[in-house]
Ligand binder design. Structure first.
Ligand code: NAD
Length: 683
């Protein structure tokens, strides 16, 4: 029987089967909730029905709430009302799970009287990733099933677990290798007549000091975040409340989060990432080409990591170097990386060999002749890259794609030396390239649509968050970063110390401040002793052999475990440098540090947007969150600026311009939007 547009009610003897089919992921929309409620009423009224199976058609069991309904007035039946109908059913209810039972989907499964799943199913409560808590009883029922410790882990990390793992901890009652519906119906039949056990009636066992210990252990991971603390409180406070009051308490905590700024930011981040996949001005049906083999030129820091991305996806790679020594070094680092993953249990020993087998090292550039895509990751010098592109022109097929991993250089100038500038594109990976999710895809003036579409598809294949950017010095990420660096350096010359700047940036929410970051990367990257002129603190540090973590010291001193302490030597260098520049050092407030570092970035971001280098403000946010450690719970630099209010940003920029000059001359876009009462998100 068709109950509504997404709900079907069938009978198999004395078992009713309620099936939801609401593509793509059976989100618990109003229509889905209404359909389940109506089907259950129908099944309960039918005297011939003695048990009920709840399942989904299509890709997956309910993969969560319908997040487009967030922040809107609730439509009945609410998920809580629906859960009451299911949980109070006088006939046993079995949830039959395939795909992913996530969030509200798992919370709905938890009011069934038993759960059966296929081995490939995954179960989890990922709400924390959107700055929320499981608000439909998850914080109360999960601890009653898997224990408080496991429940806290699952809910504060948010990653799903496999059906096998779920079976081990009692979250599913049975895993079936066979047909899910048949197994669920058989299970339902076994339960007819048995007492109906509800999870809510189980006790919850709390050990003394358990919550305090959990908070302490995870303090770093939960830094600045609202949702994990609310989750802990829901469990902690709920444990000593009657169940219905505990649900109300959970609800109140949920409401606090859903109307708070962090969840708004994290939901923005979620949608921004999906939006980034859309390329303006690209025909929908533009053909992408298969990438069967990739050439990577240069086996240094970036080339090696880039090659790993393709090997991980099963795509064979030819890795080219200029000397056997460099090639051996590069391949050795790749192998060590894989072996480290294997030691951590993320890969098997066989996986390591399979992946290494996909990366073929060679010294002959001609060996990329049969590659569909060639990515260069050689030294960051225009002449070297142009020379390479000229040579590649004579080697690769006319339809092959030629890509540069350049950080700053003019992509069009590189493309110009090629006879096929339309097949040239920028693929800007981030270090470490096998780990970082961001991929800036640089669209050159002549890049063809199919080349761009292929690059976007490839980004997805290798698990990257790809963002299309235009050609300019430093593209989106590095162009903004350079502005922040300039302010960080100026602040230190004027009176702040490197660790003051780092502390303020860290407290804002970045994992690391700019100077600690430089020490990590190495102060000598891009520096040469011959060209050094003692004209920056960084140059002087390099001249004195302080290259950062790897040399035991840079801005900071490092012990054998690489723990940092502020370096008195670096401090003296900073003070001497100011004196030589004739700068009278002054007290620089934390507020000034934050404003100058962030507003320099925001202002540059607005210029990037105005110039069309970024397609939309949310793309800039996606770049900064996935490539530069901007705290996701603040939504990215553009979202953050809008949240402050552009009139506030504009006023501060004007004051900073008066004090520090043109670095802060407001972007015309900010002036226009502020005057119109709009935000960067509307640009
Ligand atoms: P690297 O010095 O570690 O590696 C460059 C490698 O290229 C060296 O091993 C060198 O032997 C090899 N090489 C030079 N010329 C070659 C040629 N003609 N043929 C074959 N191999 C050649 O440098 P890197 O850090 O990997 O940077 C490479 C590129 O990636 C640069 O354009 C850089 O701007 C860009 N990039 C670097 C980072 C980073 O954080 N290191 C991040 C993004 C992009």
């Amino acid at each position: 029987m068709q109950i509504n547009e997404v709900t079907q009610l069938d009978r198999d003897g004395d078992v009713a089967i309620v099936t939801i089919d609401s593509p793509p992921v059976n989100a618990l929309s109003a229509a889905v909730r209404r359909g389940i409620a109506d089907a259950f009423r129908e099944a309960m009224d039918d005297a011939a029905v003695r048990a009920i199976v709840l399942m989904c058609a299509g890709r997956t069991f309910f993969a969560g709430a319908d997040i487009t309904e967030f922040g809107k007035p609730p439509v009945e039946p609410t998920l809580l009302q629906l859960q009451a109908i299911v949980e109070d059913s006088p006939k046993p209810v079995i949830a039959a799970i395939h795909g992913t039972a996530l969030g509200g989907g798992l919370e709905l499964a938890l009011v069934a009287h038993a759960r059966v799943a296929v081995p490939s199913a995954k179960l989890g409560l990922p709400e924390v990733k959107l700055g929320l808590l499981p608000g439909a009883g998850g914080t109360q029922r999960l601890p009653r099933v898997v224990g408080v410790a496991r429940a806290l882990d699952m809910m504060t990390i948010g990653d799903p677990i496999t059906a096998e793992a779920a079976a081990r901890i009692g979250l599913v009652d049975r895993v079936t290798e066979g047909d899910l519906k048949a197994a669920a119906v058989a299970f339902a039949r076994e339960m007819i007549g048995a007492p109906l056990a509800k999870i809510r009636d189980r006790p919850v066992a709390v050990e003394p000091g358990q919550f305090a210990a959990f908070r302490a252990t995870n303090a770093k991971r939960f830094r600045n975040l609202d949702a994990p603390e609310a989750i802990i409180r829901a469990v902690e406070e709920g444990a000593s409340l009657p169940f219905d009051e505990a649900l109300q308490n959970e609800r109140a905590l949920f409401r606090g989060l859903v109307s708070g700024p962090q969840s708004a930011a994290l939901r923005h981040v979620f949608f921004a990432e999906r939006q980034a996949a859309k390329v303006n001005g690209l025909a929908k049906d533009v053909a992408t080409r298969g990438i069967g083999r990739v050439g990577v030129i240069g086996a240094g820091t970036m080339g090696g990591g880039i090659a790993m991305n393709f090997a991980n996806a099963g795509i064979p790679v030819r890795l080219i170097e200029t000397s056997q020594e460099a090639l051996d070094r590069g391949l050795g680092i790749i192998r060590r990386n894989y072996e480290t993953s294997a030691r951590k249990g993320k890969l098997t020993a066989a996986d390591v060999e399979t992946r290494m087998g996909l990366i073929e090292g060679t010294l002959a550039l001609e060996d990329v002749a049969d590659c569909d895509l060639v990515i260069e990751a050689v030294f960051e010098q225009m002449a070297i890259k142009q020379d390479l592109f000229r040579r590649l022109d004579a080697i690769v097929r006319p339809d092959a794609i030629l890509a540069s991993n350049t950080s700053y250089l003019d992509l069009d100038a590189i493309a110009a030396v090629s006879s096929r500038p339309d097949r040239v594109i920028g693929l800007h990976f981030f270090s470490p390239a096998n780990v970082m999710r961001l991929l800036e895809i640089v669209r050159g003036a002549k890049t063809a649509d199919d080349v761009l579409a292929t690059a976007m598809a490839l980004g997805k294949t290798i698990g990257k968050v790809a963002v299309v950017v235009g050609n300019c010095h430093g593209f989106v990420g590095n162009r903004m970063l350079a502005k922040r660096h300039a302010q960080a350096e100026a602040l230190v010359n004027e009176g702040a110390l490197p660790w003051d700047v780092d502390r303020v940036i860290h407290d804002f929410g970045f994992g690391m401040g700019p100077f600690a970051m430089r020490d990590l990367v190495g102060l000598d990257v891009g520096w040469s002793r011959e060209a050094s002129s003692s004209s920056t603190v960084r140059e002087i540090l390099n001249e004195t052999g302080r290259h950062g973590q790897k040399s035991g010291g840079g801005y900071y001193d490092y012990d054998a475990q690489r723990n940092a302490t502020p370096s008195p030597v670096a401090e003296q260098i900073v003070r001497d440098f100011s004196a030589r520049q004739g700068i009278a050092r002054r007290v620089v407030s934390d507020g000034e540090i934050l404003d100058r570092c962030l507003l320099a970035m925001v202002n540059e971001g607005a210029k990037i947007l105005d110039e069309g280098i970024a397609q939309r403000a949310s793309d800039i946010d996606t770049v900064w969150i996935n490539g530069y450690g901007f705290p996701p719970y603040l939504g990215g630099p553009m979202f953050w600026a809008d949240a402050q209010g552009l009139p506030v940003i504009l006023e501060k920029l004007r004051a900073l311009e008066a004090a520090h000059g043109e670095a802060f001359t407001p972007s015309p876009l900010i002036e226009r939007l502020a005057a119109d009462g709009k935000g960067l998100a509307t640009a």
